[in-house]
Design a binder for this molecule. Structure first.
Ligand code: ADP
Ligand code: MG
Length: 295
């Protein structure tokens, strides 16, 4: 690659809000055959809100316990729940012994009660008998929420299921268009997420992605990249979160959402300042134009 064309290419990228770190990154973008997109914060806005609660008349005391357990969590789902409690002006209680299990949820002791909030794996591991406590109608309800792309979050107090909340995170308005344009350029698109299959597949369908890798534990994303790299293709990954950093570093080309975490940005070859997926299309077109000039 001639230094001049690379300088021009990266310069044009910077003008368009696409920061390309090296000449090698520009070349990898050009050769990329497979692109893996993180779901939360990459395809979706990453600003979830609680839209439904079971039971509908959940009392303030239970909501206060749940919010207290979540207040020390960095997870966007936790922020959504704390926000709901705040809106209802529920008092913020102190918690002790806060414990976060990455990819599952949190537990804490609040006012002498043991509170567990998270997905079904989290509740089962904390010995909450979900099947016994949950009316079968609730399981149907949770599935229905998932079929709308919402994440059901369950909460237990002293070993008993007390609430399930539906948390929705809107798809970014350009995600569907970006996926379509990437496919037109011959790139195979995958979605990867720690969220459950039902929720993930709905979001994938909304944006036109067929390949879904769901229920991935936080440390599992990089391993999935290695698997895809076995087919000897150049694999790219777009992500924003702390969990995404190892996968971004493992990918042949790591692409960070500029509004995401610092660690994701530091682990990447390309940063999208706007956070929009259409910027990936811009980056690819730029790399192709640059490589054409070089040859
Ligand atoms: P993502 O791919 O969205 O970053 P994570 O690996 O962070 O997924 O989390 C996977 C799942 O674990 C979430 O969908 C949620 O069900 C559960 N979870 C993780 N942290 C929390 C939390 N603080 N509160 C509730 N649920 C959580
Ligand atoms: Mg994310």
């Amino acid at each position: 690659a001639t230094p001049l064309s690379v300088t021009i290419g990266t310069g044009k990228g910077a003008q368009a809000g696409v920061l390309i770190r090296s000449a090698t990154a520009l070349e990898s973008l050009h050769a990329m055959k497979v692109l893996i997109l993180d779901k939360t914060g990459t395809i979706t806005e990453g600003k979830p809100t609680v839209t439904d609660i079971w039971p509908r008349d959940l009392d303030d005391d239970s909501l206060a316990l749940i919010a207290a357990a979540e207040q020390n969590s960095e997870h966007p789902l936790a922020h959504a729940i704390v926000e709901t409690a705040r809106r209802r002006s529920v008092p913020m209680l102190q918690s002790e012994g806060f414990n976060a299990v990455a990819g599952q949820g949190v537990s804490a002791s609040v006012g002498g009660h043991t509170v567990v909030v998270g997905n079904l794996t989290m509740l089962k591991n904390q010995r909450v008998n979900v099947a016994e406590d949950a009316p079968s109608a609730l399981m149907g309800q949770a599935e229905e929420w998932a079929s709308h792309g919402k994440t059901p979050v369950a909460a237990a107090v002293d070993g008993r299921l007390v609430a399930v909340m539906a948390v929705a995170d809107a798809v970014k308005d350009d995600s569907r268009y970006a996926v379509q344009e990437l496919k037109k350029r011959g790139i195979e698109i995958y979605m990867i997420t720690g969220d459950s299959r039902g929720t993930a597949e709905t979001i994938a369908r909304q944006v036109g992605i067929e390949h879904v890798i769901a229920g991935v534990p936080p440390e599992g994303k990089a391993a999935k990249i290695v698997e895809l790299q076995r087919d000897a293709t150049v694999v790219g990954m777009v992500g924003d979160g702390i969990n995404d950093a190892p996968a971004l570093a493992q990918a042949n080309i790591g692409i960070a959402i500029g509004t995401g975490t610092d660690i994701a940005i530091e682990s990447s070859d390309v940063t999208l300042m706007s956070g929009k997926l259409t910027s990936v299309v811009t980056a690819i077109d730029l790399s192709r134009a640059t490589m054409r000039n070089i040859r």
